[in-house]
Design a protein around this ligand. Structure first.
Ligand SMILES: [Fe+2]
Length: 192
């Protein structure tokens, strides 16, 4: 069956892939200007910390993975889930490191900017690999193991996680605004 709860994750993967493209744009502009543009840099980091590695990974870890661990039938399925949890941890560590050089990179401290640019390239690479792993392993496994009644239960858990933060529609609008700021239509990366 088509699980709405999994479609929510797929749509967020598309949004996160878009954010990773924008992160690369920000880095190109930062290298050119000798500092990061404050507003898009802070907005992107906020979206990575609180949306991609926050809300989205919480939907996976505390809602979906818990259910899949309970329904897993093989050692390989459990190992695959454990590996994805490890990748989430690695991304969070990389983000903490990026956050520590963010203000210096916005201010224009050369060392902080160089560190931020190097670490952002590693982060983008890691995160793209992780999205590919989830598309290849996690989502097909979830289609196999979830039961029809899991869909409504997962959506209810998702709603709990969204409390106190922006709605999905507001987040989508903010990502669109960032796109317009960092990658206006008709302008390629080479023109930045
Ligand atoms: Fe994910």
């Amino acid at each position: 069956m088509a699980f709405v709860a999994l479609e929510v994750l797929r749509e967020e993967h598309r949004q996160i892939a878009r954010l990773l493209d924008l992160f690369e744009r920000l880095a190109v502009q930062g290298r050119r200007d000798g500092r990061l543009a404050a507003e898009p840099a802070a907005e992107l980091l906020a979206l990575f910390v609180h949306f991609a590695d926050g809300l989205h990974q919480e939907r996976e870890e505390s809602c979906l993975f818990t259910r899949l661990f309970a329904r897993a039938r093989t050692v390989d399925e459990r190992l695959a889930l454990g590996k994805l949890c490890g990748e989430h941890e690695e991304e969070r560590r990389a983000l903490r490191s990026l956050s520590s050089s963010l203000l210096g990179a916005i201010y224009g401290r050369g060392g902080d900017l160089a560190r931020f640019l190097a670490e952002s390239a590693t982060f983008v690479h890691l995160h793209r690999q992780h999205l590919a792993d989830e598309t290849r392993e996690l989502l097909p496994m979830a289609e196999r193991l979830l039961l029809p009644e899991d869909d409504a239960a997962l959506l209810e858990l998702y709603r709990g996680l969204e409390q106190g933060g922006p709605t999905p529609a507001v987040l989508a609008a903010r990502i669109q605004q960032l796109s317009e700021r960092l990658a206006p239509a008709g302008r390629g990366a080479a023109s930045h």
